[in-house]
Design a protein around this ligand. Structure first.
Ligand code: HEM
Length: 518
């Protein structure tokens, strides 16, 4: 009995000690936890955090639009499946863009987007930084040299990958999947060289890795965060497929790495391949990174950033064009006239001169940006803005890209697809400029401004956009000059986009009719 009483006392004592410890830990934890509650919450009508997170997946566009109208110059909160994010208005972006990487982190933000904890997309920062730098410096610097031969590769690949569509008959084509192959091959030509880009193992991983990774992260977001590890292990098959793509890509790339390391060590310039993977390996080797697994992860990150993004953009452009035959005729006339001036060669000058093509690309992207939000970042330190607003350390912030792109004060008649919207502003300095830019060249497809963040914003804005712009122009020119296009007989409206959360993409199942130009 006595023992029993002592035990009871000990249990009670233990219980009190444990409770106090838990309370102290909770107090400390909540003191550390970023307090976002000072900012108004949008979407509270959906219920608790879990329900609001799921509502975000279904209604992100509407939520961002409402937020843009209600909180034009102030920060508000939106609950995503990953918790509360702060949505920052446009007026703070110039200030935030100047913040260094040790305050505002891009990788951590994208790691959350892609459920990196489970899919392991991102290599460590020293490695992903090499990928970003190689695209920003080596690739962009080489574009003028590469363009003429790149356009030959594009012409050959379009001819090989498009169905024949000959004999004057119209052929239905699921354009999205054809474009994916074309873009994987032509990008691969520059990234890995003319032989490897045709290997089916490369093609399979280049296309399927991103598809399964995006599908895996979308499926995981439907689970409450505490169950995502279990879901990733047993319930979301795409996670295992992503792992398998990485394993296959590593097997494919390992002998390439071994061969190229020998060339790097020998210093033999003659044998040095002239492609992005080589430039990346050289930068990596200089930093002591030579492991085939690390280089595979870096290559997969590049492919994820480059291939589907470009393919979605081109698909959207063709969905916009196929219902506008008059615009197609104008584009053909511009392309023919520019090529006549450049002796038929796609020089950098020729690409720059395609101002209507460029304008159509930007207008298509304005109405169909790759993400509803932009400037997704994570705060590594607390930030106090000039107006006194305080953003705690450990917050996810972003801004409302789609809502900005549809603001009638920035883009008059925003719902109208105006193919000349940007070319008119660039060609005609007397036209009033709604955005009052210093230079009208800021209306080019590649220009990043806080009124158009489809390529991101600030120091981490997409470094591949110059390459993408050239690639898109070359593909458009080839397809438009070689084929007539029209909608299938029963279809009249522009194809609707599909998506979940902040991602909106052209419907990949839709057909366009093609016929070879006679
Ligand atoms: C139309 C096609 C493309 C679109 C719409 C696009 C869009 C984007 C966006 C929105 C970001 C995030 C920027 C930010 O948060 O500020 C980004 C980053 C990036 N993109 Fe692109 N991209 C495209 C094509 C490419 C291509 C072709 C490449 C490579 C050749 C590429 C390489 C990258 C890299 C390396 C980053 C990370 C930059 C960093 O974190 O510093 N992208 N892209």
């Amino acid at each position: 009995m006595a023992a029993f009483n002592i035990g009871m006392f000990e249990d009670k004592f233990g219980y009190i000690v444990t409770s106090v410890a838990v309370l102290i830990a909770l107090a400390l934890w909540s003191a550390r936890k970023p307090s976002l509650a000072r900012y108004p919450l949008l979407g509270s009508e959906y219920g608790g955090a879990e329900k609001r997170g799921q509502a975000f997946l279904a209604h992100a566009t509407e939520l961002f639009q409402r937020g843009y109208e209600e909180f034009k110059t102030s920060i508000y909160r939106l609950t995503t499946p990953d918790g509360d994010h702060l949505i920052v208005p446009n007026c703070h972006l110039d200030e935030l863009r100047r913040r260094p990487d040790d305050e505002l982190d891009v990788q951590e933000a994208f790691e959350k987007t892609f459920e990196n904890k489970h899919v392991h997309l991102f290599p460590a920062k020293d490695k992903s930084t090499i990928v970003n730098n190689v695209v920003k410096s080596d690739l962009t610097r080489n574009l003028t040299r590469i363009n003429p031969r790149f356009s030959v590769v594009v012409a050959q690949t379009v001819a090989e990958e498009m169905p024949p569509c000959s004999d004057g008959t119209w052929t239905p084509v699921v354009l999205s999947s054809v474009l994916l192959r074309i873009i994987a091959i032509v990008s691969g030509n520059i990234f890995l060289g003319p032989e490897l880009c045709h290997e089916e193992e490369y093609m399979y991983c280049a296309i399927m890795f991103t598809m399964d990774l995006v599908a895996a992260s979308a499926a995981l977001k439907k689970w409450p965060s505490f169950l995502r590890s279990v879901a990733a292990s047993y319930l979301v098959p795409q996670v295992a497929r992503v792992r398998d793509h990485r394993r296959r890509m590593k097997e494919f790339i390992k002998p390439v790495v071994e061969k190229r390391l020998k060339i790097i060590r020998s210093g033999d310039e003659e044998k040095r391949p002239d492609d992005l993977f080589q430039w990346m390996m050289e930068k990596a080797a200089a930093a002591g990174i030579t492991d085939a697994g690390d280089l595979t992860d870096m290559l997969l990150l590049l492919l994820l950033a480059a291939i589907h993004t470009t393919s979605l953009a081109v698909t959207n452009i063709f969905y916009d064009l196929v219902i506008r035959p008059d615009v197609v005729e104008e584009l053909k006339a511009e392309i023919k006239s520019v090529l006549a001036d450049s002796g038929g060669i796609m020089t950098t000058q020729a690409l720059n001169d395609m101002k209507l093509v460029d304008s159509v690309m930007r207008e298509s992207q304005r109405l169909n940006p790759p993400f509803i939000d932009a400037f997704r970042r994570y705060t590594l330190k607390p930030i106090t803005l000039q107006n006194g607003d305080y953003i705690p350390e450990g917050s996810y912030i972003e801004t409302a890209n789609t809502a900005i792109l549809n603001d009638p004060e920035l883009y008059p008649n925003p719902d109208t697809f105006d193919p000349h919207r940007f070319s008119n502003l660039r060609n005609n300095p007397d036209l009033p400029d709604p955005l009052g830019f210093k230079s009208r060249e800021l209306y080019q497809f590649v220009s990043v401004t806080k009124e158009n963040m489809s390529f991101g914003f600030g120091r981490h804005a997409c470094p591949g956009r110059f390459f993408a712009a050239n690639e898109i122009k070359m593909i458009m020119a080839q397809i438009l000059l070689q084929y007539d296009i029209k909608m299938p007989d029963r279809e009249t409206e522009r194809y609707q986009s599909v998506g979940s959360g902040v991602v909106k993409a052209p419907d990949p199942t839709k057909e366009i009719m093609f016929r070879r130009v006679r």
